[in-house]
Design a protein around this ligand. Structure first.
Ligand code: HEC
Ligand code: HEC
Length: 460
């Protein structure tokens, strides 16, 4: 595979049929060779120890419930791999569909999780660089890998062990990633030397929906509460397994400098269907009056204010905010990851966070579900706070063009007594950290204004 055209191929792969000409033109324009080589790093470099091998992956179907198991049993090996990728929310690599975009497959057949596990997904079947993986079923994958490893008498890896200590993700498409970081940082000093300490049992577990990478360039601070200054070191937290000592971090710094540049270069995808231009123009005015003070303005002279909104004003789920102490935020910034406190100078909001930062909204049509916890399935539901479903289940790649977001089924609550893998296909807003309440600002608009804003949001 020549790296130079990979980004182009990725977009084309899942998309050929429905892809609009504008989207293709946009890709060709920024698929510069150097930056694409950075994507190649994420697709081919093992920064972590392997999670499982090919033999384990190919036997995962033996753990599935009926009728899926029988379907897999009667299928060809290729079909079976496709079923497995569907079940775990993975996407086939366009050059070799037996590999996944989200895991690095080594020459020895090993599969290793990469950043793309959470940060590379599809929308309406299209793979777009930097789009979060809103289908990833990490916990189900890990559980079933463990079952197969026991049968095949293979040792457990770090993810298998980690999942015995903490939940990995209780709803597909979201993960407990923030707390992975906190749990791992407990065993490091500021220079990332490994220190022995008992694990903590008071962590506030909660699942997060990964943000789109094309917003990175707009921000000075990252994460829902914007407390962490940007920087390639900050992006390396995910590599904190015990196998990676401080020297590995130093060795990989340059590569992450290049990865950061690539993330910085990503562009939001354009809405690929028709837009009612007159309606969108009315929506732009409504947006300017009701939304832009927090979310900024768009187009050539666009300006993003990176505004911090206090918790009682925003009213969305507060668990993410409460899960980190001031000390944990400070320790991270004072560590090697934050250049020992030096990077903080680049933050626009330097005071400790009081809530969540209003995110940029470019490409927002593609990044459902919404809010930091992924609790709201469509933009229509963002705009209609009283109609947000208390429980919903998405289809694998169905897209609701009218409501702008995920195609879903709703219920008052998920069906009772589901097996755990099934239960994770439901988003249950009654669970801790999963509230879909808050952000009631759209209540100030009438129905016609909401329809206009919805049309405008498609154009960002
Ligand atoms: C297990 C899932 C997962 C993996 C793996 C992962 N991330 Fe993330 N990432 C997240 C989540 C969730 C957030 C949001 C955290 C928050 O807002 O508190 C995030 C946030 C980010 C952001 C900040 C974006 C913003 O605008 O605020 C960047 C950049 C990022 N990750 C890069 C990476 C890189 C590079 C890697 C690999 C070294 C990686 N991530 C691995 C889940 C993951
Ligand atoms: C007072 C500031 C403020 C105003 C006014 C505001 N928002 Fe927001 N908005 C936020 C914050 C903060 C979040 C993040 C909430 C979270 O993730 O918990 C957000 C989230 C969103 C999201 C979800 C983004 C995502 O990627 O998950 C959308 C869509 C959105 N707002 C649209 C609007 C629209 C449309 C308006 C005007 C009708 C509006 N907002 C008015 C602060 C604001």
């Amino acid at each position: 595979m020549r790296p130079s055209n990979l980004a182009v191929r990725m977009r084309i792969a899942a998309t050929a049929a429905a892809l609009g000409a504008t989207l293709l033109a946009g890709v060709a324009a920024h698929a510069a060779e150097a930056t694409t080589a950075c994507l190649e790093l994420l697709l081919t470099r093992n920064y972590l120890p392997p999670d499982f091998d090919q033999e384990v992956f190919d036997a995962l179907w033996t753990t599935w419930p009926e009728p899926l198991r029988s379907r897999a049993e009667g299928a060809t090996p290729e079909q079976r791999r496709r079923l497995a990728m569907e079940r775990y929310g993975l996407d086939p690599h366009p050059d070799d569909p037996s590999r996944s975009l989200q895991y690095v497959r080594g020459a020895d057949g090993s599969w290793t999780m990469s950043c793309l596990a959470c940060h590379q997904g599809q929308v309406a079947g299209r793979v777009i660089p930097g789009l979060p993986n809103s289908n990833y079923a990490l916990e189900t994958l890990t559980e079933e890998v463990r079952l197969v490893k026991v049968k095949q008498r293979k040792p457990f890896g770090h993810m298998d062990m980690g999942s015995l200590l903490l939940p990995l993700g209780t709803t597909n498409g979201t993960t407990n990633a923030v707390i992975f970081g906190v749990a791992l940082m407990r065993h490091r000093d500021a220079e990332l030397n490994i220190i022995q300490r008992p694990p903590r049992f008071d962590l506030v577990h909660h699942d997060m929906d990964a943000p789109a990478w094309w917003h990175y360039r707009r921000r000075t601070g990252i994460y829902a509460d914007g407390f962490a200054p940007k920087g390639h070191r900050m992006l390396m937290q995910f590599l904190l397994v015990k196998e990676n000592g401080p020297e590995r971090f130093a060795e990989w710094e340059d590569e992450f400098g290049r990865i950061e540049q690539w993330i910085e270069s990503l562009e939001p995808p354009r809405w690929p269907w028709a837009i009612d231009a007159a309606l969108a123009e009315r929506g732009r005015e409504v947006f300017a009056n009701h939304c832009a003070s927090c979310h900024g303005t768009y187009g050539p002279d666009g300006n993003y204010p990176e505004r911090m909104v206090a918790l009682d004003e925003i009213g969305t789920d507060r668990v993410r905010f409460d899960s980190l102490t001031l000390k944990e935020r400070g320790d991270l910034n004072e560590s090697w990851f934050g250049n020992h406190g030096r990077d903080i100078a680049s933050l626009r909001n330097r005071e400790p966070p009081t809530g969540y930062v209003a995110p940029p909204l470019d490409g927002v049509w593609a990044t459902a579900p919404y809010f930091h916890n992924g609790s709201v399935p469509t933009l229509w539901h963002v705009l209609h706070p009283d109609e947000r479903p208390s429980a919903w289940q998405r289809t694998r790649s169905g897209y609701d063009q009218a409501k702008v977001g995920l195609e879903i089924k709703t219920a008052a609550a998920p069906p009772a007594k589901l097996p755990s893998a099934e239960r994770r296909t439901w988003f249950d807003t009654s669970k801790p950290g999963k509230s879909a309440a808050g952000h009631d600002f759209p209540d100030a608009l009438d129905e016609a204004e909401k329809a206009a804003v919805l049309e405008y949001l498609k154009s960002l």
